[in-house]
Design a protein around this ligand. Structure first.
Ligand code: TMP
Length: 209
């Protein structure tokens, strides 16, 4: 199973991903936790390039190509081998983030993203994607409280994140088979109950007991 976790900044997806990884490990499923951009030594270097503040304007196409460069490395050297070894891969963001941030946020035409997606991934897609949704003000407030400095994306204005959120929701609603939308404003226990339900459904659907 290849499961991806998505959402704007401050939705708590990283915490929820770790919770699910522990829950799966507890029932004896071997899990690999990874993230994008990153997940490989080279990918993490590309991540640094993408997130650091710089005076130079970053062209949307440069950003897009770097996201896919890191992804090509990640899929080839980490994700596919792990899946081939029967591990479940839980990934903090994947290609949907590119549609949401570079497409929705930066205005890169969807067709261009689709071309790169098909070049880099072929028909490879996540089996399930969990989208954590929260109003932008709430997400950004949480980022502020985290107080660990703002990266290049976190510096963006509200309207950027509104577009990212809307694009995520639009994509998710197009394919309810693959996407689960979780209201991340709910208390932690309720979010975990939803995750538990999703996990049980996935396990049952794929005949794991
Ligand atoms: P995060 O993993 O700490 O949330 O930060 C990664 C940042 O990179 C986040 O702001 C979203 C952004 N991003 C994109 O813009 N496009 C992508 O394809 C991915 C994977 C991430």
């Amino acid at each position: 199973m290849f499961i991806t976790f998505e959402g704007i900044e401050g939705v708590g997806k990283t915490t929820h991903l770790k919770w699910m990884a522990t829950a799966l490990t507890d029932v004896g499923i071997p899990v690999l936790v990874t993230r994008e951009p990153g997940g490989t030594p080279m990918g993490e270097e590309i991540r640094d390039i993408l997130l650091v503040h710089r005076h130079e304007r970053v062209a949307p196409l440069t950003e897009l190509l770097l996201m896919f460069a890191a992804r090509a490395q990640h899929v080839d050297t980490v994700i596919r081998p792990a899946l081939a070894a029967d591990r479940w891969v839980l990934c903090d963001r994947f290609v949907d983030a590119t549609y949401a941030y570079q497409g929705g946020g930066r205005g890169v035409p969807e067709g261009l993203i689709r071309e790169l997606e098909s070049l880099v991934l072929g028909s490879f897609r996540p089996d399930h994607t969990i989208l954590f949704d929260t109003p932008v003000e709430i997400g950004l407030q949480r980022v502020k409280e985290r107080n660990n400095g703002h990266d290049r994306f976190e510096q963006e204005k509200m309207d950027f994140f509104e577009r990212v959120r809307m694009e995520y929701l639009r994509i998710a609603r197009l394919d309810p088979e693959r996407y689960e939308i979780i209201d991340a404003t709910k208390p932690l226990v309720e979010v975990q109950q939803s995750l538990s339900r999703i996990m049980t459904e996935i396990l049952e659907k794929h005949g794991v007991h």
